[in-house]
Design a protein around this ligand. Structure first.
Ligand code: PMP
Length: 391
């Protein structure tokens, strides 16, 4: 199986597995039992891990809350800010191309009586297609806006948002900014201090760490950031997220982000090269392929992202007919709610074009022979499907 679905998840780097193993076996202390050495050892490991995450994202020390992943981080950031008892503003702003882990939270807020604005993204054909339309965003934020949530990079078409510009827009009107950086962390430079974003979500399984662990950067030096905990209990993590922390997961996430950042300079050109090869192979052998989203360059688009619309053949059918290659049609992230991708629809693709679209995510473990083999298999299965449809 050739794995080209690195936006859905990435494999756990063997060096990450190695780093976490002792924390699953010999070092089993409870990191909140500080009265004995096994507990203190685990607490130290967690502290060092969170410190590594602050360094890798250039966030202030002690600003990290460890969570179960980006879905929880997004919930904590958005519900936490908007529903805090001292929150006086009643308006939440987000974007039509966000992940369901933001859009569904927004709908809940609407049911709770919040005013919610979903700003449009730049349309297909625009150099920043999929990213928030900055003029419309500026128009949407008003004096009652508590929080704006804009993703750092899109999980389907890879568009990268200008976070510093967006933070300035928000702060000028007294609103806070949250960013779902799940797809950006480890792939491009995510500098929390430089961009001035107030809350940032991340998830380890997107940067070659394990599933079920993530983090939220809270505050970034902005004292106006107050969040209402969403999980209460033992008061761990300064009461912001109760429950015994997981040292193995913390160590793994820290190792993963450290490696991803350390290897970014070499992995970016390698991944972009492989993506270019895949695109060239497919475009030169399959007629009328269309690229969705921004141009295949940095800083506009994530290095490994390729989203294509093909002629005549549905994405689902192409996937089923190509069992040797893992890729996705629409978004695997919302596979519980199958249907046309809301992101492609939001940038103006027709229902039919959306159903004929597929997403590839090239990762740092992919190789050139894999890309050439995947292209051969994809072209062959496409031809077969084309014949079946009688074209
Ligand atoms: N946001 C984005 C942009 C994502 O791509 C994903 C994962 N598909 C999530 C949030 C959810 O992350 P997790 O699986 O860690 O809850």
């Amino acid at each position: 199986m050739i794995y080209l679905d690195n936006h859905a998840t990435t494999c756990c780097d063997p060096r990450v597995v190695e780093a976490m193993l002792p924390w699953l076996s010999e070092h089993f202390g409870n990191p909140h039992s500080l009265s004995h050495s096994p507990g203190r050892l685990a607490a130290d490991a967690i502290e060092q891990s969170l410190s590594q995450i602050t360094r890798s994202t250039n966030s202030p020390e002690h600003s990290i809350v460890m969570t179960s992943g980006a879905t929880e981080s997004n919930n904590l950031a958005i519900r936490g800010v908007c529903l805090h008892p001292r929150q006086t503003r009643r308006h939440f702003v987000t974007v039509s191309t966000e992940h369901p882990a933001v859009l569904d939270v927004a709908e809940e807020l609407r049911r709770d009586g919040f005013r919610v604005t979903r700003v449009a993204a730049y349309q297909a054909g625009h150099p920043c297609a999929g990213s928030v339309d900055l003029d419309r965003l500026a128009d949407a934020i008003d004096d009652d806006t508590a929080l704006v949530s804009v993703m750092w990079a899109n999980n389907e078409v890879g568009s990268i948002a200008p976070m510093k510009v967006i933070a300035d827009l928000c702060h000028a009107r007294g609103a806070l900014l949250h960013s779902d950086a799940t797809q950006a962390i480890g792939r491009i430079d995510v500098d929390v201090r430089k961009t001035d974003v107030d809350l940032v979500s991340g998830s380890a399984h997107k940067f070659y760490g394990p599933k079920g662990v993530g983090f939220l950067v809270v505050g970034n030096g902005n004292r106006r950031v107050r969040i209402l905990p969403q999980i209460v209990g033992g008061g761990q993590q300064d009461g912001l997220r109760s429950g015994t922390m997981n040292p193995a997961a913390a160590v793994a996430m820290a190792k993963a982000i450290e490696l991803a950042n350390h290897e970014m300079r070499s992995s970016q050109p390698q991944i972009m090269g492989l993506r270019g090869q895949l695109f060239e192979q497919l475009r030169s052998r399959i007629e009328r392929i269309q690229l969705n989203g921004p141009e295949l360059t940095l800083p506009g688009r994530l290095p490994g992202n390729l989203n294509l619309t093909i002629d005549q053949v549905e994405g689902e059918a192409w996937m089923s007919a190509t069992p040797g290659v893992a890729f996705s049609s629409g978004s695997a992230c919302s596979s519980v709610e199958p249907g046309a991708s809301h992101v492609l629809r939001a940038i103006g693709l027709s229902e039919s074009a959306t159903r004929r679209s597929v997403r590839f995510g090239i990762g740092r473990f992919n190789t050139e022979p894999e890309i050439m083999e995947a292209a051969d298999q994809l072209v062959e299965s496409y031809r077969k499907l084309q014949q079946l449809t009688g074209q």
